[in-house]
Design a protein around this ligand. Structure first.
Ligand code: HPA
Length: 315
């Protein structure tokens, strides 16, 4: 009995579910892992940024206090994809305390939805209030060019899975409202950040697929009809979990390539990574400006539009 109690305080039980690789598995409790991070650093940032392909160089703008490889954090995904290292970097950027999540686990690597979103749960338990997710994406909107940045205004989940399926945690609803998943105040800061850096920031709908194969031209034509402006293989599960945890969310895509059928050139992961490297300086300028503006807003405490969002309510 006592043993059971101890276990339930430190683990989250994932419900058995048919056809799910995580059936019956136990994960560490996010709060236990957050405690480990709190022991490693005195900083208590309110802001975190997940650096996807195209944004990895932003880590160079961090005044690093502590680097913790994913491998040292229980429950974090192992990352196996070139261009996605896998570490938490805690420090200050333009003087603002921040967590950079350097790389991410992807569903297409074979991880479960629960595993790829576990770092978001840990960030919430660590005290993160605002999250910027970045990614590489293929441009579906015919106006988009490789090298453009796109502010995500909404998403379409075409991954065939949902990270809240089978995940139960007392106090958190599974039936998360995504009407306004992307925070308008954070989006405003990103627009200002882009303007100051003289970077053109497109706006659009991000459609997420499971991957890892790229799409057929027929699929891209279909997704365009559904209202997608860009396509990628990440971010949406993290957005859903962040909203469940009451974290404010914004997302920016780097359009690394034109989606299949939009160009005659064959598409490769190298092309995606190469464009990611080329946009490095612009990505750094955009995110540094964003962090500066976020820091200003946080300092002002903005009573009318506070960044201290309440966690998702129980239903
Ligand atoms: N399709 C899916 N995912 C992607 C693409 C793409 O064209 N580019 C970068 N990630």
């Amino acid at each position: 009995m006592q043993n059971n109690k101890k276990q339930s305080a430190r683990t989250v039980i994932l419900r058995p579910s048919v056809g799910n690789a995580t059936a019956n598995t136990e994960m560490p409790h996010p709060a236990a892992v957050a405690k480990q991070i709190k022991r490693a650093t005195c900083l208590r940032p309110g802001l975190a940024i997940v650096l996807g392909s195209g944004f990895g160089d932003v880590a160079s703008a961090l005044d690093l206090d502590r680097e913790i490889p994913f491998g040292d954090l229980a429950g974090f995904p192992e990352t196996s994809v070139a261009g996605h290292p896998g570490a938490l970097l805690i420090g200050r950027m333009v003087g603002v305390p921040i967590v950079l999540v350097w790389g991410r686990g992807h569903y297409y690597e074979g991880h479960s939805m629960h595993t790829i979103t576990f770092p978001i749960r840990v960030l919430a338990a660590f005290g993160i209030k605002a999250l910027l997710l970045t990614n590489a994406a293929g441009g579906i909107n015919p106006k988009f060019q490789p090298g453009d940045f796109m502010l995500v205004r909404d998403h379409i989940n075409f991954m065939g899975e949902n990270p809240l399926r089978g995940y139960r945690e007392p106090g958190l609803t599974q039936f998360v409202d995504l009407t306004a998943a992307y925070d308008t105040a954070l989006a405003g800061l990103l627009r200002n950040a882009a303007r100051t850096a003289q970077i053109r920031l497109r706006t659009g709908v991000y459609l997420a697929v499971a991957g890892p194969s790229y799409e057929t031209p027929a699929e891209i034509r279909a997704y365009a009809k559904l209202g997608a402006d860009a396509i990628g293989m990440s971010t949406v599960p993290e957005v859903i979990v962040a909203r469940q945890c009451g974290i404010r969310v914004a997302a920016v895509s780097c359009i690394t390539n034109l989606a299949p059928g939009r160009t005659k050139n064959p598409l490769s992961h190298h092309e995606v990574l190469d464009m990611g490297k080329k946009v490095g300086p612009a990505a750094i300028a955009l995110l540094k400006n964003f962090v500066r503006l976020y820091g200003d807003t946080e300092r002002k405490g903005e009573k009318s539009n506070t960044f201290g969002l309440e966690p998702a309510r129980r239903i």
